[in-house]
Write a protein that binds this ligand. Structure first.
Ligand SMILES: [Zn+2]
Ligand SMILES: [Zn+2]
Length: 439
C-alpha cells in the first residue's frame, strides 16, 4: 500500500527519528476537504473555550460543553469521572479500543496577547485570591481537537472500526487529573484501551508541523519541602543559638553537588530550590527555615537516588550543627512520560503520511512533566506528540531580533489557530484510521 512505499523512515538508536528521503506526501483528498469545510466552526468552538477558561479542579462548564459535543455525535457520555472528567465512548463494530485524551484546565494567568478574543476571566484561586484565568497551555486547542476528531469519526464510520474512548481530563496543570480518573475506575468502568494517544501544543514548533519521539519524552516531577530546624535567639549572640539560616544556605549549596557528583552525566536530572523562607528581622535568629524543591529525572533509579541524596544531605547538615532533625516531606508527583516505542514506530510513518516529511520533526526530550504518563504506567501503550502552534513568520521575527518566543504558560502565548487545528485534526484522524482499521 502507499504507506509502505512512503515509509522511508529509519528509527535509529532509542526513539531517534532520521528522515532519510521521500517525496512530499502532503495528504489531500476527502479528509482535507472535510477539515477545510469544518474549520470555521472549529475556530468558533475554540474561541468559546478560549474565552471561558477554568482553573484546575474547577472545569465544570468546560466539561459540560465537551460532554454535550461528544453526545451530539453519538458518544455514550459519562460525566464526573474523577472530578470533572468526561468519558465519551463511540463504538463502531468489533475491534480494538483507542483512548484519545484532552485536558480541560487553564492557568491562573492574566492574558496579555491583545487578541480580540483574549480571556477577560477573573476568579478566585484556592487561597481566595483573585486571579486571571487563561488557556496559556493550549488546552483549549486540545479540547477543540477532541471535538473535531469526534465529529470526523462520527461522519466517517466507513474509515475505521472498533471503539474510541474520548476522555476530557481535569487538573493536568496540578498533576492530579489522570490520577483521579484512574482512581475512579477509568480502566474498569470503561473498556481498557489497547492504545492511548494525546497531543500537546508546542510553542517552539511552527504551526503546520508536529514532533514526536519514542521512549522517554518528559520527566518525573517530584517535590520536597524541608523545614530546617534550629534554636532561635538574638542575632547578636549566635553562640547560644543554632542558626537554621546558615544550615539552609549550606544545604542549598550542597544540593547542587547531587546532580553534578552523584548522578551519571549521561542521566538527565534537576534539583532546583525554588523557594527559601526563614526569619523576620535583621537581629533575630529564627527557629526554622523552609525550603521548597522541584526534582526532575527520567529513570526510576535516578529518581530514587535523588530522593535518598536530598534526605541524606539535609540530615547530615543538621547533625553537623547539632540541630534537631529537619522535617522532610518528599512528594512523588507526576511520573516520567515514556512513549511506547513500538507504538511510536508505528505512528511515526502515519504522521509523515498525513503531513509530508518536511512537516514532521524529532521532538526533544524535556524536563517538563505531563500526567498523560500515568495511563502508560497503568499498562496502556501511550503516545503523545507535539503539535506546532506558532506562525513561522512570528517565530522567525523573534529569532531575528534575538528574542525568545513566548513559551507555554506565558501571558503572551497564543497559537496560530487555523493551521494548528487543521494539523491536529489531520494527524489525529490519520492515527485513528491506522490504529482502528476497517476490516
Ligand atoms: Zn501546562
Ligand atoms: Zn498542558
Amino acid at each position: 500500500m502507499v504507506r509502505a512505499e512512503r515509509r522511508q523512515l529509519l528509527m535509529c538508536v532509542v526513539g531517534f527519528v532520521c528522515v532519510i528521503a521521500g517525496p512530499s506526501t502532503l495528504q489531500s483528498g476527502e479528509t482535507d476537504t472535510w477539515v477545510d469545510n469544518h474549520l470555521d466552526a472549529l475556530v468558533e468552538l475554540y474561541t468559546h473555550f478560549h474565552t471561558h477558561p477554568e482553573l484546575s479542579f474547577q472545569e465544570e462548564q468546560t466539561a459540560k460543553r465537551l460532554a454535550e459535543e461528544l453526545g451530539a455525535v453519538g458518544c455514550k457520555v459519562t460525566s464526573d469521572v474523577g472530578g470533572h472528567g468526561v468519558v465519551g465512548i463511540l463504538k463502531n463494530g468489533d475491534g480494538p479500543t483507542l483512548m484519545l485524551r484532552c485536558d480541560l484546565d487553564a492557568l491562573p494567568v492574566i492574558e496579555e496577547t491583545e487578541l480580540p478574543y483574549a480571556s477577560k476571566v477573573r476568579t478566585k484561586n484556592d487561597d481566595g485570591v483573585e486571579v486571571g484565568v487563561m488557556h496559556a497551555c493550549g488546552h483549549d486547542v486540545h479540547i477543540t481537537n477532541q471535538v473535531a476528531v469526534a465529529r470526523y469519526v462520527s461522519a466517517h464510520r466507513d474509515k475505521w472500526q472498533g471503539t474510541i474512548m474520548f476522555i476530557g481530563q481535569p487538573a493536568e496543570e496540578k498533576g492530579g487529573g489522570a490520577k483521579a480518573m484512574l482512581a475512579d475506575g477509568l480502566f474498569e468502568r470503561f473498556p481498557r484501551p489497547h492504545f492511548a494517544v494525546a497531543l500537546h501544543v508546542d510553542s517552539f514548533t511552527p504551526a503546520g508541523m508536529v514532533g514526536y519521539r519514542g521512549g522517554y519524552a518528559l520527566a518525573n516531577v517530584d517535590s520536597c519541602d524541608i523545614t530546617v530546624k534550629g534554636r532561635g535567639g538574638h542575632g547578636a549572640y549566635p553562640q547560644g543559638c543554632i542558626d537554621p539560616i546558615v544550615q539552609a544556605a549550606q544545604l542549598v549549596v550542597d544540593l547542587q553537588a547531587i546532580v553534578s557528583r552523584e548522578i551519571s552525566p549521561l542521566e538527565p536530572a534537576v534539583v532546583t530550590v525554588g523557594s527559601i523562607h526563614g526569619g523576620t528581622k535583621h537581629n533575630i535568629i529564627p527557629d526554622t527555615c523552609h525550603l521548597q524543591l522541584t526534582i526532575r529525572s527520567y529513570s526510576p533509579e535516578a529518581r530514587q537516588k535523588l530522593k535518598e541524596s536530598i534526605i541524606r544531605k539535609a540530615n547530615s547538615i543538621a547533625q553537623s550543627y547539632k540541630a534537631p532533625e529537619p522535617e522532610i516531606e518528599y512528594t512523588e508527583g507526576t511520573p516520567s512520560l515514556f512513549n511506547d516505542e513500538r507504538l511510536a514506530e508505528r505512528l511515526g510513518p502515519v504522521l509523515l503520511d498525513a503531513l509530508g516529511e518536511e512537516h514532521v520533526v524529532e521532538a526533544d526530550r524535556s524536563m517538563g512533566g505531563e500526567d498523560f504518563s500515568r495511563y502508560g504506567r497503568a499498562g496502556v501503550p501511550i503516545f503523545m506528540y507535539k503539535l506546532g502552534s506558532v506562525e513561522q513568520a512570528r517565530l522567525s521575527s523573534f529569532a531575528e531580533t534575538g528574542q525568545s518566543v513566548p513559551t507555554l504558560h506565558s501571558s503572551k502565548y497564543y497559537p496560530d489557530i487555523r493551521p494548528t487545528l487543521r494539523t491536529g485534526l489531520l494527524t489525529m484522524t490519520a492515527i485513528v484510521r491506522d490504529l482502528l482499521p476497517p476490516q
